[in-house]
Design a protein around this ligand. Structure first.
Ligand code: ADP
Ligand code: MG
Length: 651
């Protein structure tokens, strides 16, 4: 154990931040607010909280919070710091992410998502239990981080004992400094080896295939060094993993071993940890990662980076209020961060799967802050419950577009969360209790009225599994489709999900995994849905909603869903295509939906996904009369004029 501690100590002392330990602590003592800028991997996230702890900041029992934009980062970094301090995760070092609290009375170093710290303001507006707040990965400019900026700046004024650290991996330090009344900047010089950049000569038709080819080329022609591939999400990562497995199997013993390790938000913690296992001498590791590996997580040993140039982003149309996840080109700043990941341990190479021309002319310089491209309903609700009524004059680093704010207020009014003076209603106050989208919160609360809270609770958890319930291996696609169809419910996908969960929960625990395998269902996602359900049930009980079953009344269930998601109504138009009711946008039912071939006249969708087409994902059939019933301020019977009531034929 002693030797291990030595090694850990040496590792910690080899980080670029270590020589600055004393001067950093001195600067923190001298200034209330400090901006910290340092290259990814220099040790900001794992070391700074430990330095403060070792220096006695938490001696009086007050905590240090360190926010992360991503849940995986919060979990993984907390696990690392627990290991470095030889403590059990959840004791002195813990983490808190939505629906998962791994902290205890003893916790003094608390890693958490920025959204969770924001929620903590609701219970403790002066943050009295904290001595230091670290807003980490500030350059990511997530919505929650941006809102935190305004809130922490404000409380720092009346809590002179509170220290505020804003830490960032890129060159936004000046901007942060300016926002925080010219707070000083502490720079940690990085160590970065040169990285050669290669571009493709022509655009790639299929970047997943191109990634596979590139990985194998590196593996067979290049010297030692691990590979990091940036993909946009779980689905892409899984298909890339499958293709690589097939190829390496074909090549067999002709090549050295290739260890494939995925990393994305829904991956369970034990598998996440695999990316950090050092690669054995005769093998090569390839990490298939989402944007999380851009700056939040540093994986040692990466020498090659493959960058297709995309990520998945929320995009928002402030005119129509439509929000969608879109695979979009990254910015130049992101491309350079990604390339930088190849140069941490030695000179590296970055293969960009786009042309040099595209880099120069098609990529924006910087990513657009999330606050400019998202629905603000959730944060407006939260700020209102904090008593911040004048949102127009809130201290935003970059204010959201005016129409986005107005729309959020209108939507909250339509949901019944605000009255006509813009004040929080009793319903709105209850909605704010849920760490969820206002539409989801409203659906949960409406389930009380429609006497189907148990069913809605399950549906909410299954929806939060992020479309990762069904599993469709390429070589067994037909079987998987048949298995999925067996769960189909004629009224729509939400009820299909309810079916899946209800069958799953009746299977004895020891056979659940096998049942999932046989039915092409992802058992991890079910496990997570089950955990989320427990948490959400507690929240429901906190707002005094009795958990009762509708006993199969699918009209009641669908009305409760409609009460939350009524903006997402669409009506059949020509040829199986739909038009959203309010804004006449053309959308289609997703081919995976159980309503795909039925084309009911009126549907409600959970979310929109933009690929080559605009798809509604998770849809149910509704009746137009329900819309005026649940949202009389929003829909007028006239605009829903619907005389035929019959289903239209397709084509
Ligand atoms: P920064 O926040 O400045 O980007 P970090 O504090 O995250 O830097 O990383 C410092 C070092 O800790 C890196 O070498 C990184 O590889 C290592 N590290 C971070 N998390 C883990 C983990 N879960 N397992 C192993 N090493 C880790
Ligand atoms: Mg970090």
């Amino acid at each position: 154990a002693d030797r291990k501690r030595m090694t850990m100590k040496e590792t910690r002392e080899s980080l670029p931040i270590f020589p600055f330990r004393e001067s950093l602590l001195a600067a923190i003592k001298e200034h209330q607010v400090l901006i910290i800028e340092g290259e990814t991997g220099s040790g900001k996230t794992t070391q700074i909280p430990q330095y403060l702890y070792e220096d006695g900041f938490t001696a009086d029992g007050k905590k240090i919070a360190c926010t992360q934009p991503r849940r995986v980062a919060a979990m993984s970094v907390a696990a690392r710091v627990a290991e470095e301090t030889s403590t059990k995760l959840g004791n002195e070092v813990g983490y808190s992410i939505r629906f998962e609290d791994c902290t205890s009375e003893r916790t003094v170093l608390k890693y958490m998502t920025d959204g969770m710290l924001l929620r903590e303001f609701l219970g403790e507006p002066d943050m009295a239990s904290y001595c230091v707040l670290i807003i980490d990965e500030a350059h990511e400019r997530t919505l929650h981080t941006d809102i935190l900026f305004g809130l922490v700046k404000d409380i720092a004024r009346f809590r002179p004992d509170l220290k505020l650290l804003i830490s960032s991996a890129t060159l936004d330090a000046e901007k942060f400094s300016k926002f925080f009344d010219d707070a000083p900047i502490f720079r940690i010089p990085g160590r970065r080896f040169p990285v050669d950049i290669y571009y493709t000569k022509a655009p790639e038709a299929d970047y997943i295939d191109a990634c596979v080819v590139c990985v194998l080329q590196i593996h067979t022609t290049q010297p030692r060094g691990d590979i990091l591939v940036f993909l946009t999400g779980q689905e892409e990562i899984e298909s890339c993993e499958q293709l690589l497995l097939d190829k390496t199997r074909q090549l067999g013993s002709k090549i050295k071993e290739l260890i494939i390790t995925p990393i994305y938000a829904n991956l369970p913690a034990d598998l996440q940890a695999k990316i950090f296992v050092p690669t054995p001498p005769n093998a090569r590791k390839v990490v298939l990662a989402t944007n999380i590996a851009e700056t939040s997580l540093t994986i040692d040993g990466i020498v090659f980076v493959i960058d297709p140039g995309f990520n998945k982003q929320k995009s928002y149309n402030a005119r129509t209020g439509m929000e969608a996840l879109v695979v979009s080109p990254i910015s130049k700043a992101s491309a350079n961060q990604r390339a930088g990941r190849a140069g941490r341990v030695s000179p590296g190479k970055c293969f960009r799967l786009y042309t040099a021309w595209a880099y120069k002319h098609e990529l924006e310089d910087n990513p657009v802050p999330e606050i400019q491209r998202t629905n603000l309903g959730n944060v407006v609700l939260m700020l209102k419950s904090l008593g911040i009524n004048d949102l127009i004059n809130f201290d935003f680093m970059d204010p959201p577009p005016h129409e986005t704010l107005v729309l959020a207020l209108e939507q909250l009014y339509a949901l019944g969360a605000l009255n006509h003076l813009g004040e929080l209603t009793t319903l709105g106050r209850r909605m704010a209790e849920f760490p969820a989208d206002p539409m989801m919160s409203k659906m949960l609360l409406a389930s009380e009225k429609y006497k189907c809270s148990e069913d809605i609770l399950t549906i909410a958890c299954m929806l939060s599994a992020n479309n990762a319930i069904f599993f469709r291996p390429k070589d067994k696609a037909v079987h998987a489709d048949t298995a999925r169809q067996a769960f189909f419910h004629k009224d729509g996908d939400h009820l299909t999900l309810l079916n899946v969960y209800n069958q799953y929960k009746d299977i004895p625990t020891h056979s659940q995994q096998q049942w999932c395998r046989e039915n092409f269902i992802q058992s991890r996602s079910m496990g997570r849905a089950h955990d989320v359900r427990d948490q959400l049930q507690q929240l429901m009980e906190r707002v005094e909603i009795q958990i009762i079953s509708s006993a199969g009344d699918t009209v009641a269930i669908r009305k409760a869903i409609t009460a939350g998601y009524f903006y997402h109504a669409a009506k059949l138009s020509k040829g199986g295509s739909y038009k959203t009711v309010k804004h006449q946008q053309s959308v289609l039912i997703h081919p995976n939906s159980c309503l795909f071939e039925q084309n009911p006249r009126w549907v409600l969708y959970h979310e929109l996904v933009l690929t080559t087409k605009e798809y509604m994902r998770q849809t149910i059939e509704i009746e137009s009369a329900w819309l005026t019933e649940v949202a009389p301020h929003y829909y007028k019977a006239k605009e829903l004029d619907d005389n035929s009531g019959k289903k239209m034929p397709k084509g």
